[in-house]
Design a protein. Structure first.
Length: 118
């Protein structure tokens, strides 16, 4: 599975961005997918995850109510809709995938930079 994250850019505080994560090589219909982020000088952190059938979603407390994770298995693509962005959301955002029956995310995209100006 190869993952390609895109959609990053520069946005003002309060603005919105939508990040797609497209997979190629194999279908991800049996994979849980997630978004992580890494801010400058900080460790990578979990942002959101969605189960293979979209029934279960999880969010970091810092993004609850502002970010929404979704997926379209027919398009082999997951999305992260980010609203009410804050400067502290500035980071490189990575999408990841794992088979639904394992714990660790084994497949990672290359990351897309989101910069939120105040």
């Amino acid at each position: 599975v190869q993952l390609q994250a895109s959609g990053g850019g520069l946005v003002q505080a309060g603005g919105s961005l939508r990040l797609p994560c497209a997979s190629s090589g194999r279908t991800v219909s049996n994979a849980d997918m997630a978004w992580f982020r890494q801010a400058p000088g900080k460790e990578r952190e979990f942002v959101a995850a969605i189960s293979r059938n979209s029934v279960v979603t999880n969010y970091a407390d810092s993004v609850k109510g502002r970010f929404t994770i979704s997926r379209d298995n027919a398009k082999n693509t997951a999305y992260l809709q980010m609203n009410s962005l804050k400067p502290e959301d500035t980071a490189v955002y990575y999408c990841a995938a794992k088979l639904f029956f394992v714990k660790e995310y084994a497949f990672w995209g290359q990351g897309t930079l989101v910069t939120v100006s105040s």
